[in-house]
Design a protein around this ligand. Structure first.
Ligand SMILES: Cc1ncc(COP(=O)(O)O)c(C=O)c1O
Length: 388
């Protein structure tokens, strides 16, 4: 059959028609254990009753009004995000890419309002901030930018985690440092807590703003509401998306009042951003995920999964090298091509996601059960066996 969809993705020949918690059910009835969660999106699993209720209840009332009016659901989501984070103010977007765009604009506007010529943004190799022209320029990855130039100027790409390179590059022209506390697409690469504290200290010393991209690492994924909390530091601007909508398109930029000072009326906007439907779902997700009891369960389950994965790696030394990551944002560093393991996983009815740096990503719903964790590792064991 000829597809009329632009072929920018290499898609697996599987279509899903239904989901239940950690399970995605294909059109032929096969039940796949979903350790990809739509790339860290379905944080509360498929068809979560609380989210279905939030969505359908709101759908029966009002979907869209535009940001020309007060939107109580948007206010509620912003209140929740501010109550649980460093932030004083929130702009609601539809995606992580849109959050990246605003984060970049906000940082530059901050300095232009001060009358200072500081537009340079320091980013790290292996980063992924989205696919817009600004976000690819920020990431700088060869595959992402090739053929799309001229790129937006003003980004400097440093080797991942190289604090000395950061110290040498940061200075009076630096508007901001932008990074993922745990690189996702780059291969589940956590920045050590001490290094994140050093980034914060360098920003404080030079005045540069710290932008954290928590699109993938946020919303409970690492066992804290946001990954930077492990290091005990806060950013000036933070990008959120994926898990915050639990599967409904939603993102946000959170900022301190000072960092957002330049963003007056007319400086940014979005037709759909912050619509009542998305915000009703997002607020429900926040209520569930920000609960300390929920996060402590994430940590307990993460410990269980990690322990089983360590044993899996030991049992398949030809296939796996190590386990990395934090919480339920885990990666298996592979000795085989991760794409081959993803394929072997399909044969064992388990969904995983490849990442850079030879890593297979495991991003289960945060609601996965202990029994499903055990089942998942058995399926990964059989998938690995197929490649030996
Ligand atoms: C860290 C990070 N930032 C930004 C994005 C872009 O988000 P979206 O695909 O929602 O535009 C992603 C998506 O994978 C991401 O992982």
């Amino acid at each position: 059959m000829i597809s009329h969809v632009l072929p920018t993705y290499n898609r697996a020949p599987i279509a899903f028609e239904r989901g239940e918690g950690a399970w995605a059910i294909a059109t032929d009835g096969t039940r796949y254990l979903d350790l990809g969660a739509g790339i860290a999106v379905n944080a509360l699993g498929h068809a979560n009753p609380a989210l279905v209720a939030a969505l359908t209840e709101q759908a029966g009332r009002i979907w869209h009004v535009s940001n020309l009016y007060q939107i109580p659901e948007q206010e509620r989501l912003a209140d929740l995000l501010v109550a649980h984070t460093f932030a004083d103010t929130v702009f609601v977007t539809n995606s992580g890419t849109e959050a990246a765009e605003l984060a970049i604009k906000m940082a530059r506007k901050y300095w232009s309002e001060k009358g200072e010529d500081r537009s340079e943004i320091l980013t790290f190799e292996g980063a992924f901030h989205g696919r817009s022209t600004g976000a690819i320029a920020a990431s700088g990855g060869e595959k992402m930018v090739k053929g799309f130039g001229p790129l937006m100027p003003g980004f400097v790409h440093l080797p991942w985690g190289d604090m000395d390179a950061l110290e040498a590059a940061i200075g009076p022209r630096t508007a901001a440092v932008m990074l993922e506390p745990v690189q996702g697409e780059g291969g589940i690469r956590p920045l050590p807590d001490a290094d994140l504290r050093r980034v914060r200290a360098l920003c404080d010393r030079t005045g540069a703003l710290l932008i954290l991209d928590e699109v993938q690492s946020g919303m409970g994924r690492t066992g804290k509401l946001f990954a930077h909390e492990w290091a005990g530091v806060t950013p000036d601007i933070m990008m959120v998306a994926k898990g915050i909508g639990g599967g409904f398109p939603l993102g946000a930029v959170l900022a301190t009042e000072a960092a957002a000072a330049g963003m007056a009326a007319g400086t940014h906007g979005s037709t759909y951003g912050g619509n009542p439907l998305a915000c009703a779902v997002g607020a429900r997700v926040m209520e569930i995920v920000a609960d300390p009891a929920f996060l402590s369960e994430v940590n307990r389950k993460a410990g269980l999964l990690r322990q089983k994965l360590e044993a899996l790696v030991a049992a398949h030394p030809e296939v796996f090298e190590s386990v990395r990551g934090q919480g339920l944002m885990l990666g298996l560093k592979c000795k085989v091509a991760p794409a081959d393991l993803v394929k072997a996983g399909y044969a064992e009815h388990i969904l995983t996601v490849p990442a850079g740096d030879g890593v297979l990503r495991l991003l289960p719903p945060l609601t996965i059960t202990d029994a499903e964790i055990a089942e998942a590792v058995q399926r990964l064991d059989r998938a690995a066996g197929r490649l030996e």
